[in-house]
Each structure stands twice: as C-alpha cells, then as structure tokens.
Design a protein around this ligand. Sequence first.
Ligand SMILES: C[S@@+](CC[C@H](N)C(=O)[O-])C[C@H]1O[C@@H](n2cnc3c(N)ncnc32)[C@H](O)[C@@H]1O
Length: 198
Amino acid sequence: MWEERYKGDDYLFGTAPARFLIERADRFAPGASLLSVAEGEGRNAVWLAERGLSVTGLEFAPSAVAKAQRLAAERGVSPTFVQTDVFAWDWPEGAFDMVLGVFIQFVAARERTALFARMARAVRPGGTIALHGYTPKQLEYRTGGPGQLENLYTPELLRGAFPGFTVQLCESYEAELSEGKAHAGVSALIDFFAQKPL
Ligand SMILES: C[S@@+](CC[C@H](N)C(=O)[O-])C[C@H]1O[C@@H](n2cnc3c(N)ncnc32)[C@H](O)[C@@H]1O
C-alpha cells in the first residue's frame, strides 16, 4: 500500500519537516545521534541532519527511500537511510541519543507494544524517545492518519508505554497542518518526550 502511495515524483508529506519538529526544535540538539522510525520520504531526517544531528532513518518502501536519498543529496546532507521492515531490523541496544517516531501509527496495539519496546531498547541510558501522532479526536477530522481507533495515541497510553522512563512532555492539542496532500487541515495531535533512566 505504501509503495503505491509513494509512486510519482511528488512528496506525499512534502519536503518540509513535520510542524512538530519546528515547534519542538530546541529538544533536538545538534550533534545528537537520532534514529527515525519509519522515516518515509526523508523530510524529517533531512531537516534534522541540516540541524547537525547524526541521523539514521528506517523505512521499508523502496520509493520512499529513493526519494529520501534524493532530497538529502539536493540539500547537501548525508543521513543514513536503511530500507527495512522495522519488525525485521536487528535493533541495536543503547545506540542512539534519541529515537523518534513521527506518524508511525500504521501499527495496531499488539505490534505497538513490541515496536515501542525495541525503540526503548535502542535509546542509550539518559537518552530520549520522541513521538508525534494523532489522538482519537482525529477520527472526527479525517485530515490524515489511520482510520483505526486502536492505532491512535491518548496521553494515558503514551504515559504508560515506556515503563521506567521519565515523561518530559505529553501534550495533546489541535493545529492546522499543511504537510503535503496527505496531512492537510485541522488535526488532533499529540507530542511526547520521555527520558530513559541513567
Ligand atoms: C504516515 S507515514 C510517515 C512517514 C514519516 N515519518 C513522515 O512523517 O513523513 C508512515 C511510514 O511508515 C512506513 N512503514 C509502514 N510500515 C512499516 C514497517 N513495517 N517498517 C518500516 N516502515 C514502515 C510507510 O512506508 C510510511 O513511510
């Protein structure tokens, strides 16, 4: 399905980063190593690399990876893009300062537990998990995201998703998105940052 959506030369979510990254930019420190889960066409990885982070992006759609590489070349940065299924990748332990998931709500509840556990494992002690996605209210707007309620995030769900981590920020809100043709219009969103214990 994703490969089909990524056909053509245009960027489904645009080439600018998610609004979330710009709003929360001070939490993404230059020099940090960051793993972006399901990176898509590279808009976020490229912006973070331009900011001076050392970025690795995982993504399974070949067309998206090709576009991500093209965008990085155009912008003169070199994030590492790995074409892989996140459930098949050999996740390293404690390897990244940050692990980021922007709109990774393709996963249903059971798979989400396994994916979040892998993400938590990949962060170094003292490092950070960052998530940005839709809340259940998004089903009223239908301006992007999955149509399945169980895939959406509530503050309670995220607060309990990373046992032992310290929640630094968990904020749900509504905002107008203009991120390509796939994320357009008033949206019900949530931002989440949590720190792994030392
Ligand atoms: C909503 S898009 C978000 C892309 C990107 N994070 C962004 O914000 O532009 C979800 C992405 O997850 C990718 N994806 C879905 N299932 C995946 C899997 N099992 N492994 C890796 N990537 C996956 C899709 O190909 C798609 O690029």
